[in-house]
Design a protein around this ligand. Structure first.
Ligand code: HEM
Length: 509
């Protein structure tokens, strides 16, 4: 009897295994035929793959690690993009990735076929710090976040420059003025934007510019949490095996910090309703982002998540832009002198929002900084369905490319901003004048703030902040001398900034 059962169960197992294998093979063949038909229908041709080792792509993985280590990842990526005519495939462990620097393709991903792509693959890495918000969700959830946040960036909010000026005084206080003592502006810019972002979001700055470096509790916790996001992000599918207890503690500190302001915002908005009902003409006082969110929803978790998302999206980006811009301004004394000349039109007054917008050369410098050093240099999307990119396939790289569901499509803004066919033979140089006569009007060839429905909501706020700090620096300091003997080198974390900081000596006007 026992023998009969053993035989029976072995047969059953063999049969089950055979069914599984056959159904696996059948699914694969079915998928292959479906893909082939779809690709033919759209006239797609395969892209060239850049790996020598075509199975796991270990050769590229080795170069990836080495280039990151040597801080020349972006420079090398430009060479690759040129070599493969701006669209190619890459095998990385189990992933098939398509990389592109072609504006037509980027427009298709971000705008024309927006719904075919998503960023849900970010959620796992970002959620412990950010929760679910505008920066790490797709579909309806993202649309609700965007609708909640977008109205908070109206012109009135963006044009209020008072808090920028209050912080400038703290910032100036940390800069030696003898023209000889070196100061690294980069960490100060990060403290400036942390203070301005928390003031804008929570209604109260963390005051990091006024603290000793050892006391930067929330800022330090936030920095550590971001580092951990970087590490987890670079581990790809293996990130779930990574455990960092310090990061968990830092995430908790950051979220609890934000939660206090959420409680306060909900309380204020509730009591406001009573006062408003008695005096409907009453004017609101200072603009506070968390209060605006609390007026639109009373869900505490939702408000906390959105605040954390906007803090992440807004702080490091603006600080990195300032660091990159000042690195180049310090290396180009003639540009600094021209900027200072333009700023003299203010006759020493603090600039208004309209006056800032009228400073044309300042705008050229900011455009040029974001072109040469876009602070979000690489980005990607995951295909949510089978879809097509318009160019990059075939021997001439001009045919459409089939993108199966689940493929990661990366786009390289850094390399695109350095294409000589768009920006001329001096594309690698910092030359703000190229923007001066208004002839250079790039569309999808210039994407520092992304494009399509997910374009940066904080663009005007960021440009106002960077413009304000730059104008006030130009009013305050006659000389801005670079103390870095070498050229700008990349430091690529969540954003792109100068590896050696922004070391300068300044002398007052
Ligand atoms: C120089 C400064 C900045 C640059 C270069 C920049 C750039 C970008 C880029 C490239 C994206 C798209 C990221 C993606 O693919 O998901 C983005 C999204 C976003 N940015 Fe900015 N940003 C800057 C400053 C700010 C500031 C100051 C804020 C807010 C205070 C902000 C809020 C956001 C938000 C909320 C998103 C997500 C939009 C969405 O997915 O719908 N950004 N930004």
């Amino acid at each position: 009897m026992q023998v009969y059962w053993d035989l029976h169960s072995t047969r059953f197992l063999v049969l089950a295994a055979a069914v599984l294998v056959i159904s696996f093979i059948f699914t694969r063949i079915h998928r292959f035929l479906k893909h082939r038909q779809f690709a033919r229908l759209h006239g797609c041709e395969p892209v060239t793959y850049c790996n020598y080792e075509p199975f796991l792509g270990l050769d590229r993985l080795y170069h990836f690690i080495r280039n990151r280590w040597d801080h020349n990842y972006l420079e090398t990526s430009c060479k690759f993009q040129r070599h493969f005519n701006y669209t190619f495939g890459l095998k990385e462990l189990l992933n098939n990735i398509i990389l592109t620097t072609e504006p037509e393709n980027i427009k298709t991903i971000l705008s024309i076929n927006f719904k075919h792509y998503g960023i849900g693959h970010r959620l796992e890495v970002f959620e412990p710090l950010l929760g679910r918000g505008i920066f790490d969700t797709d579909g309806d959830q993202w649309a609700i976040s965007r609708a909640l946040i977008r109205p908070n960036f109206t012109r009135d909010q963006v044009a209020d420059l008072t808090s920028f000026e209050d912080l400038i005084q703290d910032f100036f206080a940390l800069i030696p003025r003898d023209g000889q003592t070196m100061v690294d502006l980069q960490p100060l810019f990060f403290r400036y934007t942390m203070d301005s972002a928390t003031e804008f979001l929570f209604g109260q700055s963390v005051g990091s510019l006024r603290m000793n470096e050892s006391d930067l509790g929330f800022s330090q916790a936030f920095n550590y949490s971001l580092q951990s996001i970087m590490v987890r992000g670079s581990l790809g599918p293996f990130n779930r095996f990574y455990r960092d207890r310090k990061a968990e503690e830092c995430n908790r500190i950051c979220r609890e910090f934000a939660q206090q302001f959420v409680e306060e915002a909900i309380h204020t908005v509730r009591s406001e309703k009573d006062v408003d009902s008695k005096d409907p003409e009453r004017k609101r006082q200072k603009y506070i982002f968390s209060h605006e969110l609390a007026r639109r929803t009373s869900e505490k978790r939702r408000i906390t998540d959105e605040l954390m998302n906007v803090l992440l999206a807004g702080r490091d980006t603006t600080a990195s832009m300032l660091s990159n811009l000042f690195f180049m301004l310090a290396k180009h004394p003639a540009v600094w002198a021209k900027l200072r000349k333009e700023v003299t039109s203010l006759e020493g007054r603090l600039p208004t929002y309209e006056e800032l917008r009228g400073l044309k050369y300042l705008k050229c410098c900011m455009n040029e900084s974001l072109r040469l050093h876009p602070v979000v240099p690489l980005n990607d999307r995951e295909a949510l369905q089978d879809t097509v990119l318009p160019v990059g396939g075939g021997k001439d790289h001009l045919s459409p490319v089939f993108i199966p569901k689940g493929t990661i499509v990366g786009y390289n803004v850094y390399a695109m901003h350095r294409r000589t066919d768009f920006y001329g033979p001096d594309a690698e140089e910092f030359r703000p004048e190229r923007w001066e006569d208004g002839r250079l009007q790039p569309r999808w060839e210039y994407l520092p703030f992304n494009g399509g429905p997910r374009i940066c909501v904080g663009q005007q706020y960021a440009l106002t902040e960077v413009g304000y700090v730059t104008t006030r620096m130009a009013q305050e300091f006659e000389t801005l001398e670079s103390c870095d003997p070498g050229p700008w080198e990349e430091s690529l974390t969540l954003t792109l900034c100068s590896r050696n900081g922004t070391k300068v000596c300044v002398r007052p006007a």
